[in-house]
Design a protein around this ligand. Structure first.
Ligand code: ADP
Ligand code: MG
Length: 639
């Protein structure tokens, strides 16, 4: 034993807060401590396997990696041991004294301060190492890093309040022992069967053996005429695996239960909710790999930030290589969690190498296709449960998926098939492009849509008036990403798509000869007014023209073909981007009394500007000079 004395350290403030919560909350699900500690032990073995590729000496003549659970009824301890990578003293101080992982930070941010609901939350989340304090009044960690001398071990001790002690120790065996000194109310975890059951429930998928000491039944034989002597189970020195010890994804689908898939997902993702769906396949061909991909039920809070990471773990021939391998899934499917195990990539593959690898490209494309197929299956399914899953998926991830329209040309049509929008004929039910197309009016040659900042703005957009009057359905696109994403889409299944706020309306055969003639006549009749308007508004519009698309409104703004829409311009400006200045087209309604008043009006200039500003307001914009606008309105009101 080393003579050095132990040092006291304080936990990081967040850890102290978390620990307080762990120990003071009514714990709804205490058994998860085993899942967390076994998962850490397994991670430690994964790390050794990975570092062992370049440092075979780390194995130290102890090549069979395992996790061992030892129950000591006299001492009232459970010890979870692994012969994985281990920790140096500094690592023990850093990793067991601070919170680094984002999952826990996310968890902390959700805390309400209300004991009861926080207790609920903590039970669902799992907080890694600290969950040991649910059942232990004291935890001793003894560890030694692989490859260092036996004298460089470390002992870490804490009772889960503000501080922990660290001292150097001699530790012959590589790896980590986590010794839980059980609290009086947690002594039932000394029961071998109970522990076995919990391991089976949570940790069966772990790919290395989780071992417990073998028990044998001992009973002395009774002699003739003697009473039967009482027997008992006795622990032996032999260890036996209590799990299946094969990585879940390497097993056959039909040997894996739904529960096991779900449990594996929860472990992988730190999500407490079950996934919506998964796909598990062995892919053969030019490149061989196994994919086990999950679609979560809920989007992480950072899905739209730069921090968002792809949740794919990369393995090469069962060896864990890296977390968050974002090259294995396109960005618009970054919500997918799972495992890819490649048979072809080299074990020493780096992130840089991944970027250039052809195999990786093939895997990425295969993963994207698979996820889209799963989604398509849910969307098409007659099963109500599947439909609900799809609706849930769409509500959570629909806007992320839409990014794929710009990102993944090869799958554009498949993505389009999955999109759903409210429409002007029925804004309560969401419709697909396919359904829209099937219900098009006779003579209708395009799929019409409008983009706006909100459902109300879309629904009440003046551009829709004629469509509504004629009962022609228009898709209402109201998410921020829509405007951008639709820039990449020109048709669906052979039918062109038309943004009704872009360019002149061409209803084609939906307009009869009479209507076309009326428009020509109006254009002729209003020619002088249009010229005067163009002149008065020349700083604000690129063109003024007569339209038949309006029924109730005097005017509307449309974007010239090929120009950016006003919403997109607003969006880009908010994002601080330079946007080329472009002026909208003002379309006027010849049957509106205000427009008819224009001719010969003594206040032509005021009226013209008010009509323009109102059109701007109608599509969600603001007059450039609100004070001036009010002044003009008031002056007109007074007349
Ligand atoms: P996470 O496992 O999500 O990182 P934990 O709270 O479970 O968070 O563990 C914190 C850290 O402590 C781990 O990341 C690891 O560095 C270290 N650790 C915990 N248990 C072990 C172990 N058995 N062997 C080696 N390191 C460990
Ligand atoms: Mg952990």
């Amino acid at each position: 034993m080393s003579e050095q004395q132990s040092q006291k350290h304080s936990f990081q403030a967040e850890v102290a807060q978390l620990l307080h919560l762990v120990t003071h909350s009514l714990y709804s699900n205490p058994e998860i401590f085993l899942r967390e500690l076994v998962s850490n032990a397994s991670d430690a073995c994964d790390k050794l396997r990975f570092e062992g590729i370049n440092h075979p000496e780390y194995y130290e003549n102890d090549p069979d990696l395992h996790v061992r659970i030892h129950l000591n009824k006299e001492q009232k301890t459970i010890t979870i041991s692994d012969n994985g990578i281990g920790m140096t003293q500094q690592e023990a101080i850093d990793h067991l004294g601070t919170i680094a992982k984002s999952g826990t930070k996310d968890f902390m941010s959700k805390l309400t301060g209300d004991q009861k609901s926080d207790a609920q939350l903590i039970g669902q989340f799992g907080v890694g190492f600290y969950s040991g304090f649910i059942v232990a009044e004291k935890i001793t960690v003894e560890s030694r890093r692989a490859g260092v001398s036996a004298a460089e071990g470390v002992r870490w001790v804490s009772n889960g309040t503000g501080e922990f002690d660290v001292e150097p120790i001699d530790k012959a065996s590589r790896g980590t022992d986590i010794i839980l000194h059980l609290r009086e109310d947690a002594l039932d975890y000394l029961d071998r069967n109970k522990v076995k059951q919990i391991i089976n429930k949570y940790s069966d998928h772990i790919s290395l053996p989780i071992e417990m000491q073998k028990e044998v039944w001992q009973q002395e034989e009774a002699a003739e005429g003697e009473e039967v002597k009482p027997g008992q189970y006795v622990l032996t020195d032999e260890w036996e695996a209590i799990n299946s010890a094969s990585a879940l994804w390497t097993r056959n689908k039909n040997e894996i239960s739904e529960e096991q898939y779900t449990e594996f997902y929860k472990n992988l993702s730190h999500d407490y909710e079950a996934p919506l769906a998964w796909a598990h396949n062995r892919v053969e061909g030019s490149t061989e790999y196994t994919q086990l991909l999950y679609i979560p039920a809920r989007a992480p809070s950072n899905i739209f930030t730069r921090e968002a990471k792809a949740g794919i773990k990369l393995y090469v021939k069962r060896v864990f290589i890296m977390d968050d391998a974002d090259n294995l899934i396109p960005n618009y499917l970054r919500f997918v969690q799972g495992v890819v195990d490649s048979a072809d990539l080299p074990l020493n593959v780096s992130r840089e190498l991944l970027q250039e690898s052809r195999d990786v490209k093939t895997i990425r494309e295969g993963n994207a296709r698979r996820i889209l197929t799963v989604l398509d299956g849910l969307a098409k399914s007659e099963d109500v449960a599947d439909q609900e899953k799809f609706a849930k998926f769409y509500a959570e991830f629909g806007s992320v998926l839409k990014e794929g329209l710009g990102e993944d040309m090869a799958n554009r049509e498949r993505i389009l098939k999955l999109l759903r929008f409210a429409s002007s004929n029925n804004d309560e039910v969401k419709t697909s492009f396919a359904d829209y197309k099937a219900n098009m009016k006779e003579g209708q040659k395009a799929i019409y849509y409008v983009t706006a900042d909100s459902l109300n703005a879309a629904k009440n957009s003046p551009q829709l008036e004629l469509f509504k009057k004629k009962g022609i359905d228009v898709l209402l696109m109201t998410e921020r990403v829509d405007e951008w994403a639709m820039e990449f889409v020109f048709e669906f299944d052979g039918t062109p798509l038309q943004n009704v706020s872009k360019g002149a309306v061409d209803l084609g055969d939906l307009q009869d000869a009479e209507e076309k003639k009326a428009l020509e006549q109006a254009a002729e009749q209003f020619k002088p007014v249009v010229e005067k308007l163009s002149d008065a508004l020349k700083d604000k519009t690129s063109e003024v023209r007569v339209t038949t698309r309006l029924v109730d409104s005097p005017a509307c703004l449309v974007v010239a073909e090929g120009e950016l829409s006003p919403q997109l311009v607003r969006m880009l400006k908010q994002a601080g981007q330079a946007v080329p200045e472009s002026k909208p087209v003002l379309e006027i309604n010849p049957s509106h009394p205000l427009v008819q008043k224009l001719e010969g009006s003594a206040q032509f200039d005021d009226l013209a500007n008010v009509i323009f500003d109102q059109a701007l307001i109608a599509e969600g914009g603001l007059p450039e000079d609100p004070a001036q606008y009010i002044k003009r309105i008031n002056s007109l009101l007074l007349k």
